[in-house]
Design a protein around this ligand. Structure first.
Ligand SMILES: Nc1ncnc2c1ncn2[C@@H]1O[C@H](COP(=O)(O)OP(=O)(O)OP(=O)(O)O)[C@@H](O)[C@H]1O
Ligand SMILES: [Mg+2]
Length: 303
C-alpha cells in the first residue's frame, strides 16, 4: 500500500474579474512509497502548495482522487496520521512555544501530561531548547519555521508533509532540519516535502517529482535520475611528456602542474588511462561528472 497516492488531480481557480477559469493543476499523479522521503520540486507558481492543500483535503478539487495509506485523504481518521507544516506558518503571537505545542497536542486529544513532555522533547529536537516560555512574537522567521516543524510532529504522525520546510532557515539550521528529516525516515515515517533549495533536496530525497505549470513533468528515484546522467569523465594526471599528448591528439588543460582532460566516451577513458600509465605518468583522479538535481531540474523546465 502506498503512503500517498494522487491520481488525475485537477484544480481550477476562478478569478473574481470576468469569472475567468485558471487550470492550476492539470493532471497530477503522485505516488509515494511508505517510509521514503519524497521531494516535490517546482518553480514559483507551479502548483506545489495547491497540490499539498488538495492532498490534505484543505481545499476542494475539480476531479481526481487523493489517498493517504489507501484511504480517502478527506477521512478524519486518516488525517490523524498526518503531520503538516504549512508554507507560511502563522501562530498566535501571544502564546509561548510550549503553549502552542500543548494546544496543538490537545487538538489531537493527547492527555495534558503526555503532551507537555512531548512538547519539551520536540522543542529540543528542533533546536529550540530553552525557548519554551518565550512568546512567539519574539521568534525570528527561522525559529517559527522550526516551531512549525515541531508542531507537525506533535501527534507522532506516520506521514509528515512539509511545504517549504527550509524557507528562512540559516545553513546550520538547514543541516539540522535535513538530519531531522532523515531521522524521521529512519524511524519508519514517510516524509513528503516541497522545496526550491535543490541542494537540500539532493542530499536527502529518495524520490523526486518535478511539477511545472500544474503538470508533473518528471518523477522517479533520485538514484535513477542521477546515475543515468553521467555527462563526462574528468581525468587529472601528471608526469607525462606534453609533446606525447599533443602527438597523440589528447586534448588537455594545465592546472596546478596537473593535466586535465574531459572524455564523454567510456572506451576512450580506458584508452587514456592506459596511455598515461604506459608512459610512466601518474593518475591523480578520475571523476564521473554527473548531472546534479539542479541540472536535471533546469533542463526539464527549459525543455
Ligand atoms: N486561492 C487562489 N486563488 C486563485 N489563484 C490561486 C490561489 N492559490 C494559488 N493560486 C494560483 O495557483 C498557481 C499555483 O500556486 P501555488 O501556490 O500552488 O504555487 P507554488 O508552486 O506553491 O509556488 P511557490 O513556490 O511560490 O510557493 C499560481 O498561479 C497561483 O497564482
Ligand atoms: Mg508554495
Amino acid at each position: 500500500m502506498k503512503a500517498i497516492e494522487i491520481m488525475g488531480l485537477k484544480k481550477t481557480f476562478t478569478s473574481n474579474f470576468m469569472l475567468k477559469k485558471y487550470n492550476v493543476l492539470k493532471d497530477i499523479n503522485i505516488s509515494v512509497e511508505k517510509g521514503e522521503i519524497y521531494g516535490f520540486l517546482g518553480p514559483n507558481g507551479a502548483g506545489k502548495t495547491t497540490t499539498i492543500k488538495c492532498m490534505l483535503g484543505l481545499i476542494s478539487f475539480d476531479s481526481g482522487e487523493s489517498f493517504i495509506c489507501g484511504k480517502n485523504s478527506r477521512s478524519l481518521e486518516e488525517r490523524k496520521k498526518i503531520g503538516f507544516l504549512p508554507e507560511h506558518p502563522y501562530f498566535y503571537d501571544y502564546l509561548t512555544a510550549k503553549e502552542l505545542l500543548c494546544f496543538s497536542g490537545m487538538l489531537f486529544s493527547i492527555p495534558v501530561k503526555k503532551v507537555k513532555n512531548k512538547a519539551k522533547d520536540l522543542l529540543k529536537l528542533v533546536g529550540l531548547e530553552g525557548k519554551e516560555d518565550l512568546k512567539l512574537k519574539k521568534f525570528s522567521k527561522g525559529m517559527i519555521q522550526r516551531l512549525g516543524f515541531a508542531q507537525a510532529l506533535i501527534n507522532d504522525p506516520e506521514i509528515v508533509i512539509l511545504d517549504e520546510p527550509f524557507s528562512g532557515v540559516d545553513p546550520i539550521g538547514r543541516k539540522e532540519l535535513r538530519d531531522l528529516i532523515i531521522s524521521l525516515k529512519n524511524s519508519g515515517k514517510t516524509v513528503f516535502f516541497s522545496s526550491h533549495i535543490l541542494q537540500d533536496m539532493e542530499m536527502i530525497v529518495d524520490t523526486v517529482g518535478i511539477i511545472l505549470e500544474g503538470e508533473i513533468i518528471k518523477q522517479g528515484k533520485l538514484s535513477d535520475l542521477i546515475s543515468h546522467s553521467v555527462q563526462y569523465y574528468e581525468v587529472v594526471f601528471k608526469d607525462v611528456d606534453e609533446s606525447l599528448l599533443k602527438s597523440n591528439n589528447i586534448g588537455f588543460k594545465l592546472k596546478d602542474n596537473n593535466y586535465i582532460t574531459k572524455l564523454k566516451d567510456f572506451e576512450k577513458l580506458n584508452y587514456i588511462i592506459e596511455f598515461i600509465i604506459m608512459n610512466h605518468g601518474k593518475i591523480v583522479s578520475v571523476i564521473p561528472i554527473k548531472m546534479s538535481l539542479e541540472d536535471i531540474f533546469l533542463k526539464e523546465i527549459k525543455g
